[in-house]
Design a protein around this ligand. Structure first.
Ligand code: G3P
Ligand code: MG
Length: 241
């Protein structure tokens, strides 16, 4: 039986600054099955782990990520905003983030919407052929246009959904996604059953309350994204016992 996946959202982002090495390593330490990381491109088109379009919230930099060079990004402090003890944390290249993962851990790379789809897809293709992560890699996006070109059985993809759930689920099925990733408010029993009947797994985001994780587990969901994988790992055996 496949386990109910605990997926660390932006790393273990409740205990360390999101998208950094500290957050990824904390997720691994507490036994998250998988880590979810957002992918953006630098000014010169390098693939990095970053959530926002702008730098201000999670670094000491200013401006748009896509207008900033890798060299400038690497000079930023990506940890102090969370706590001064994380001041050494840096913005990571996707390849650097992948190299931190223990061999048992999966990774979900979320492709952020971009005006440079062709460039992103070209970079991704290179990444996919270069790395040896295929077995442990799941791509996701809110943009089906980014997933469609990479939807192949060997490269599982998942369509993210924040609204218009029925349409999103139909779309995920039509383009051949391996999974559907609804916001927890969109994840009804009926939709979960429909996804399963079409052969898609369902991973729900973002679930930090053990009681909510328990409900989704009972409804047959295959996994949840959480900012606090340690809490869910600690609480679920008690809740489910
Ligand atoms: O992949 C689930 C979740 O990460 C989607 O939204 O904004 O947190 O990247 P966001
Ligand atoms: Mg994300």
């Amino acid at each position: 039986m496949t386990p109910f996946l605990i997926i660390a959202h932006r790393g273990a982002s409740a205990v360390a600054p999101e998208s950094t090495a500290a957050a990824i390593l904390a997720a691994a330490r507490c036994g998250a099955h998988m880590v979810e990381l957002d992918v953006e491109m630098t000014k010169e088109g390098r693939l990095i782990i970053f959530h926002d379009e702008r730098l201000e919230r999670t670094t000491d930099g200013k401006g748009q990520v896509r207008h900033t060079s890798l060299m400038a990004l690497k000079r930023l402090d990506a940890g102090s905003w969370f706590h001064p003890r994380f001041r050494q944390e840096k913005v990571l290249l996707v390849a650097e983030a992948l190299s931190l993962l223990p061999s048992w851990m999966g990774v979900n790379l979320e492709l952020k919407r971009t005006r440079q789809k062709a460039a992103l897809l070209q970079r991704l293709e290179k990444l996919i052929t270069r790395i040896h992560f295929q077995q442990r890699l799941l791509f996701s996006s809110f943009d089906p246009g980014l997933l469609k070109p990479i939807c192949k059985p060997a490269i599982p993809t998942a369509l993210l959904c924040r609204q218009e759930a029925e349409r999103s689920l139909r779309h995920a099925i039509r383009i051949g996604c391996a999974a559907w990733h609804p916001h927890w408010e969109m994840a009804t029993r009926h939709r979960i059953a429909t996804a399963h009947a079409a052969g898609l797994r369902v991973h729900v985001w973002t679930v930090d309350k053990p009681v909510l994780a328990h409900r989704f587990r009972q409804w047959g969901v295959d996994g949840v994204f959480t900012n606090n994988p340690a809490l869910l790992n600690r609480s679920l055996p008690q809740v489910w016992g």
